[in-house]
Design a protein around this ligand. Structure first.
Ligand SMILES: [Ca+2]
Ligand SMILES: [Ca+2]
Ligand SMILES: [Ca+2]
Length: 276
């Protein structure tokens, strides 16, 4: 069960998010860079989430960028990235190359020899993405901060995430039982030019708007729980011990009160109300 402190922090987070979130959009993402810089020039792989805060049911798109670690463009002809995520929170749906630098292939190739892509699309929290340009061609990895968008990796947010958000990670190598070792790579000719991998992309998934009884849908069955939360927090928490009381905070100001009634009705009637 969540503590009062964590609820309070969540309220702060929501309030913070609400100030700057359009329809489930946050412009910037906190990206941590891990690992020592390579000795030779390299091409780094870096996450840049398109949206950092979403609601359950929303689409999630995380940009995968190739970033030259020198002041000059570096060229490559293919790349692959091992991706880990929490499949109970996010469902991988595929890739989207809209606005990318143009790859002839951007895919999770089903049944690859490393055992990572066990389904199409992979569903168990680990996958190997492969990107290739046409034979004989190369693409530039621009220096930071521009970088080069390889592809978006797309997910559907299934459920509300923990207070810390849910992490989507880039992994340098992994060995699954009975399979050869898979490695993330950026191939420049026959040379692997991979530099560093960025830290995890963190996506904060908020509960579905107006789903105050936590059954995954917003409908008339949420009305009584909403009213209960409004008038009797303890009663609500006793009746719905696994639900976050702040689900009733439909205007995302960190409090549950009469000012949440109109936004709740909006959630109920039109669905998908977001805090903007
Ligand atoms: Ca897998
Ligand atoms: Ca509900
Ligand atoms: Ca409120």
């Amino acid at each position: 069960m969540r503590t009062t402190e964590s609820r309070s922090r969540k309220a702060e987070l929501r309030t913070h998010n609400c100030r700057r979130v359009g329809p489930a959009i946050v412009a910037a993402a906190a990206i941590l860079f891990l690992g020592a810089a390579p000795l030779a020039a390299g091409i780094n792989l870096e996450w840049r989430p398109l949206f950092q805060t979403v609601r359950a049911g929303d689409q999630v798109a995380i940009g995968l960028y190739a970033v030259s670690d020198s002041d000059e463009d570096q060229h490559f002809n293919s790349a692959q990235a091992i991706i880990f995520w929490d499949p109970t929170v996010l469902q991988l749906t595929g890739t989207d190359v809209t606005g990318s630098i143009g790859l002839s292939t951007s895919a999770f190739l089903f049944g690859n020899s490393f055992g990572l892509n066990e389904a199409d699309p992979p569903a168990d929290g680990d996958a190997l993405w492969v990107g290739m340009v046409s034979l004989g061609e190369t693409r530039p990895a621009h220096p930071a901060p521009e970088g080069s968008l390889l592809t978006y990796i797309t997910f559907t947010a299934l459920v509300e995430s923990d207070i810390e958000g849910t992490a989507v990670s880039l992994v340098r190598s992994v060995t699954l039982p009975g399979h050869p070792t898979a490695r993330s790579k950026v191939m420049s000719g026959t040379h692997d030019a991979l530099g560093t991998l960025s830290g995890p992309a963190i996506v904060d998934v908020l509960g579905m708007c107006g789903d105050v009884n936590c059954d995954g849908a917003t409908n008339v069955f949420d009305i009584d729980p909403f009213v209960l939360a409004l008038v009797d927090q303890e009663g609500y928490e006793a009746a719905f011990p696994d639900c976050d009381y702040l689900r009733a905070d439909t205007n995302c100001d960190g409090h549950v009160n009469v000012f949440d009634i109109d936004p709740f009705v909006e959630c109920l009637v039109v669905g998908g109300h977001t805090c903007d």
